[in-house]
Design a protein around this ligand. Structure first.
Ligand SMILES: [Zn+2]
Ligand SMILES: [Zn+2]
Length: 608
């Protein structure tokens, strides 16, 4: 890279500072990529027989794939780290050079994966290398100028995993080492600490340990089994959402999980979403019936509206359904309870007159915010206004530019009136209209959509959903497609992570555990449990012969909100000794006082 230190030194210095700032993604990537070369050099020094595959920087750090008989254990990773430190201290200069194809292949003759990469480069492409000391790698760059630029005590090889060459399971399984580095040791330490916390909260681990869900190979990927605890939380959420929506004027519907392909032809899903659907029958054989599981509820719920002729007085019509959907996603996309092939959402469609759009959109947003706030997730949500891309010509979108511009202008105006802060996502719209997506990041920073509210000016026409207006003319309504708590499985996953498994009392699958200290207290324990159960609490009694300390630890590990401990003194005084899962000792109280305290916490849906 040419230096421009001759004119405007101040400006050059400023831009150099920006260039070398770790805040700058391209510099960060360059730094991490250089680390990957240092790691590969260390591996080659220690295990010269190792063959090198690829070693890019990634969103957080870097990895390198190696083909070797050496098993990379944690002890070996430490050895590699020590060798990397040496290479950093040697301050090796990184030097770029280029070679014609045949010379490049000759140069890499002992690296079969590099030869394959060179063969894959298009004719005429520059073939460049980076050399540092005795080590040279096929690489497009860029890199920092010296291994000495890397902070010797602020990097870490975090893990090792198997990875197929080129991600193809027919190829050889290689060993991938991941690493992370920062310019300062404190930054590395805080990153590792956060990471450790995230791993502890990861719903895919914690949710299985706490027995919220499991997955079974012979059922399939993306098809989790909710265990009794997970099923209970989802049921409680569903009841609450359905009851709250009823108060907000929603009519509950129950529509079929599948339909003939004819329905999806009308809705447009057959043309725009067929690869995402599970189809039963031969989709191309028009002489036989062919069904598909529903990927969305829209065309089903419209039939409720279409059940009879509608007038302007019927609008807005708000339809809600706890709806199970099926989407044929790639198996590589599956993740715990977040990315699934079958899931259940709080689905809804509002059919309305154009003059009702703003009011109803606002209502949908308020409802979603109320739900997300109550389950503790709203504070970390961000909003995205997802729009179409007029340049996208591959048939992703239906409708004319006029219709799209009108819908997006209307929605933009509503969002501005609400004073909502949002990002714009181009080419993120549904095929029939723009949407507001409420986004959430899991503990590892991976973002997904939690809730969506969409404005649709196209589907009503396809289904002939006219209404008779006050002046007697037939008009087309607008439709809002919306969810209010999104997908229940996904919400459960985020809640497990957010609360580190300690669900708020109202949702805890087991709310209270009764712990008799000795066998003498068994009758009193049964009486106490009955009183709690009669007040509507989910309660279990630990009747094992274990010591009290053991019983308390077990309840705490399972994140049971309250423990009710019954000793001789409690029996005598007709009291109970109460302990919170946090370790807080609430002392002795009467059963009545306990019930009052628990009811207050449960009914306010507080998170404690
Ligand atoms: Zn490289
Ligand atoms: Zn819909």
């Amino acid at each position: 890279m040419a230096e421009n230190n001759d004119i405007n030194a101040e400006k050059a210095k400023q831009s150099a500072d920006d260039r070398f700032s770790f805040e700058n993604e391209s510099y960060r990537r360059t730094y991490w990529h250089t680390c990957s070369h240092i790691m590969a050099q260390a591996v080659k020094r220690l295990y010269p027989q190792t063959k090198l595959a690829i070693g890019p920087s990634i969103a957080e750090g870097w990895y390198y794939d190696f083909d070797t008989d050496v098993k990379f254990t944690p002890e070996i990773l430490e050895k590699i780290e020590a060798e990397m430190k040496k290479i950093i201290k040697e301050r090796l200069h990184l030097e770029r050079f280029e070679l014609p194809r045949d010379e490049a292949k000759a140069f890499m003759k002992n690296e079969p994966y590099k030869i394959e990469l060179i063969d894959g480069l298009p004719e005429g492409e520059t073939i460049s290398f980076y050399k540092q000391g005795e080590f040279t790698d096929l690489c497009a760059g860029p890199h920092v100028d010296s291994t000495g630029r890397i902070k010797h005590n602020a990097f870490k090889l975090t893990s090792c995993a198997g990875a197929y060459w080129r991600g193809d399971e027919h190829n050889k399984m290689l060993q991938r080492i991941y690493g992370i580095a920062f310019p300062k040791k404190e930054e590395l330490d805080s990153f590792l600490k956060e990471r450790e916390e995230a791993v502890k909260r990861d719903h895919n681990k914690l949710g299985r340990e706490l027995e919220y869900f499991t997955s079974v190979d012979i059922i399939g990927q993306g098809l989790p089994v909710l265990l009794p605890k997970g099923a209970r939380v989802v049921q409680l959420l569903q009841r609450w959402v359905e009851d709250t929506e009823e108060k907000a004027g929603y009519l509950l519907t129950k529509t079929p999980f599948m339909a003939k392909r004819d329905l999806y032809k009308v809705s447009g899903h057959w043309d725009h979403y067929r690869s995402g659907m599970f189809i039963m029958g031969n989709p191309d054989d028009e002489t036989k019936e062919c069904f598909a599981l529903r990927p969305m509820t829209c065309p089903f719920q419209y039939q409720v509206y279409l059940n009879r002729a509608r007038s302007y007085r019927d609008l807005p019509m708000r339809l809600g359904e706890t709806s199970t959907l099926f989407r044929n996603e790639d198996s590589g996309e599956m993740h715990g309870l977040i990315r699934l092939r079958q899931f259940t959402i709080s689905e809804g469609h509002l059919v309305l007159r154009p003059d009702q759009l703003e009011q109803e959109f606002k209502g949908c947003l308020e409802l979603a915010r109320y739900f997300l706030q109550t389950v503790g997730l709203l504070d970390k949500c961000t909003f995205r206004f997802s729009q179409w891309d007029p340049e996208n010509k591959d048939g992703k979108y239906e409708g004319t530019a006029e219709q799209w511009n009108a819908a997006q202008a209307a929605m933009g105006q509503i969002l501005d009136h609400l004073g909502l802060k949002y990002e714009t996502g181009i080419d993120e719209a549904a095929f029939y209209g723009p949407k507001l997506d409420i986004q959430y990041k899991n503990v590892f920073g991976k973002e997904d959509t939690l809730v969506t509210i969409q404005v649709d000016m196209l589907l009503a026409e396809k289904f002939g959903m006219y209404y008779k207006d006050a002046d007697g003319t037939m008009k087309l309504p607008y439709i809002i497609h919306r969810t209010s708590l999104g997908c229940y499985e996904r919400t459960l996953a985020y809640m497990i992570e957010h609360f580190a498994g300690a669900m708020p009392l109202w949702l805890a699958p087991e709310q209270v555990r009764v712990l008799p200290v000795t066998e003498r207290a068994l009758d009193y324990a049964a009486e106490t449990a009955t009183a709690l159960r009669n007040a509507g609490f989910r309660v279990e009694t630990d009747e094992s012969g274990n010591k009290l300390g053991y019983k308390i630890r077990a309840a705490q590990t399972e994140k049971i909100p309250y423990m009710v401990i019954l000793g001789d003194k409690d029996m005598e005084n007709r009291t109970v000794s109460v302990r919170h899962r946090s370790g807080r000792d609430l002392g002795a109280m009467t059963i009545e006082a306990l019930l009052a305290m628990l009811k207050e916490e449960r009914d306010s849906r507080a998170a404690k």
